[in-house]
Write a new protein. Sequence first.
Length: 195
Amino acid sequence: MLSLWLSMLAFILVGSIAPGPVCVVTVSSAARVGLPGAMPYVVGASLGYALMVLLLGLGLLGSLAQNPQVLQGLAWVGAAYMLYLAWRLARAKPGLPRADNARVPGFWAGALAQWLNPKAWLYSLSGLGLFVSNQAQSLAVFCMVSLLVCLFGVGCWAVLGHLLGGRLPSVRAMRVFNLLMALLLVLSVMLILWR
């Protein structure tokens, strides 16, 4: 039983902490507005993912996930949304010290990002297949662990962004950082579509 718990934790942690679109947006947001300002996005992404796992586990979305055309359409819609976020990152006005009035993606953007992220769909389906039997209790445990570990994993990216943002020496450095984050987001979208 302990080995099952440890493998479940490791599986979810790798998925939540592995670099991807949600993590790139989190780092950039925290660098711009600090850790407290990025937390709505982190919480939204974590709850969005946990809700996806729950609904897929209950079978409400299972037929959609089994249809390759739906997953392909999801990939393209998600790619368009992530490219929009990359455009916003690239055009973001750098402000040092951290601007209180800076706008970054919030709770709903985080939740939506997970639903439009094909990696999140495929990862949740894989996790359900590996760790959840047809018992409601195992689904509830997997959803709760997914939520908590996702909060931790994406939260680590927010802490990194907070630390980086506080150490960027100039407005120019912040601008370069924003452009780098936008480029990483575009590259992650390309990797998702390439698969």
